[in-house]
Design a protein around this ligand. Structure first.
Ligand code: P1T
Length: 383
């Protein structure tokens, strides 16, 4: 593509009118296999676990948006995470952020630990703590920024410069920021991971994951794993995410505008003790976020007075906001991480991070901002 401008790439990268019919939208190639004119004589497609044209289009588009060279689409965000962790072998050491999506923690702690992968969880907002956690057998660093759910920001360029001289593969889960606001590969990271279930698809109707890389060697290993393990994304879901990507830039701008309105309004309500959004000047890493990201995203958290009983009443009394796991869709979702998305994180870790009883996570949608605020206030007034 002859441009590197995001909006144009989101709509066109990886796609061209269908060569047989001229169809403007990439067709959904519902096929498991492809005719060969003789054994091994084919057009690059042999079997859909290995390659499918609809998935190819999505992968091409996502690679362009992340400033990558390659992307791979998986059946879920965790399937993408699983492929990355399969780069490791028994006896290797993995360093992870201490604040992560609960399912990522569970995969590392309950599956890969059993397979002999040593692990250390650190506060990745402190690059010195990350460097201190490295051992001679450290092979991979896994971070989220902003983190789920505490919305901590880590310095990607600083962390990349610690990893690369040691040959440690650096991976950033870019689900919360999306490539519209942050591109870790440009800052020296080796791998970007996504739950495309969230903003990239954007409509809460698909579960999907992805990886993006620049390095050919990593692409080769990860593509091997995608095919060998077999958790790739199907053609219909690939089509839906490809359609979602076309409006990513428009949606993210509105998510962020609404998040700012909601964050500022919540700060004014007397039942709200604390509001966290990377765009607020009082966020501890606000300056870093402003430097590293092109925007602050649509996720925010708050702590309300009255602990669990108040949190329960609040979540049950909302009318427009839906109490549900997940995030990043056009509709506003709200949840209680300690009971819902982060229940698999040990209680002492949750306490240390601040995921406590009054702690609420909001995924601000693109409805009318005043309607969202009015609903939050009527529910808070009843707690
Ligand atoms: O749900 P799945 O598509 O498998 O993606 C897992 C995942 C990976 N990374 C991050 C940062 C995530 O937030 C998630 C999934 N998160 C939720 C379902 C949630 O409500 O936080």
């Amino acid at each position: 593509m002859s441009t590197d401008r995001f909006e144009t790439l989101a709509i066109h990268a990886g796609q061209q009118p269908d060569p047989t019919t001229g169809a403007v939208m990439t067709p959904v190639y519902f096929t498991s296999t492809y005719a060969q004119s003789g054994p091994g004589e084919h057009k690059g497609f042999e079997y859909s676990r290995t390659r499918n044209p609809t998935r190819d289009a999505l992968q091409g588009c996502l690679a362009a948006l992340e400033s990558g060279k390659h992307a791979l689409a998986f059946a879920s965000g965790l399937a993408a995470t699983d492929a990355v962790l399969h780069l490791l072998s028994a006896g290797d050491h993995l360093v992870l952020s201490d604040d992560l999506y609960g399912g990522t923690f569970r995969l590392a702690d309950k599956v890969f630990k059993r397979l002999g992968i040593e692990q250390t969880f650190v506060d990745v907002t402190d690059p010195r703590a990350v460097a201190a956690a490295f051992r001679p057998n450290t092979k991979l660093l896994w971070v989220e920024t902003p983190t789920n759910p505490m919305l901590k920001i880590c310095d990607l360029a600083a962390l990349a410069s610690i990893c690369s001289p040691r040959g440690v593969i650096s991976v950033c889960d870019n689900t919360f920021a999306t490539p519209f606001f942050q591109r870790p590969l440009e800052l020296g990271f080796d791998v970007v991971a996504h739950s495309m279930t969230k903003y990239l698809n954007g409509h809460s109707d698909v579960v999907a994951g992805a990886l993006a890389v620049r390095r050919d060697d990593l692409h080769e290993k990860l593509a091997f794993l995608q095919n060998a393990v077999g958790a790739q994304l199907g053609p219909m879901d690939s089509f839906l995410v490809l359609r979602g990507l076309k409006t990513l830039h428009v949606r993210m701008e509105r998510h962020q505008q609404n998040a700012q309105r909601v964050a500022e309004a919540l700060q004014r309500h007397k039942r709200v003790q604390r509001v966290t959004w990377p765009g607020l000047p009082e966020h501890p890493q606000h300056a870093l976020a402003a430097r590293q990201m092109k925007g602050f995203g649509g996720m925010l958290t708050c702590v309300i007075e009255g602990g669990l009983p108040a949190a329960r009443t609040f979540l049950k009394t909302l009318r427009l906001w839906t109490c549900a796991e997940s995030l990043g869709g056009v509709e506003s979702l709200i949840e209680h991480p300690a009971i819902m998305t982060h229940a698999s994180v040990p209680p002492e870790t949750r306490r240390k991070l601040g995921i406590d009883d009054g702690f609420i996570r909001l995924s601000v949608g693109i409805e009318n901002a005043q309607d969202l605020i009015d609903d939050l206030f009527q529910a808070l007034d009843r707690t």
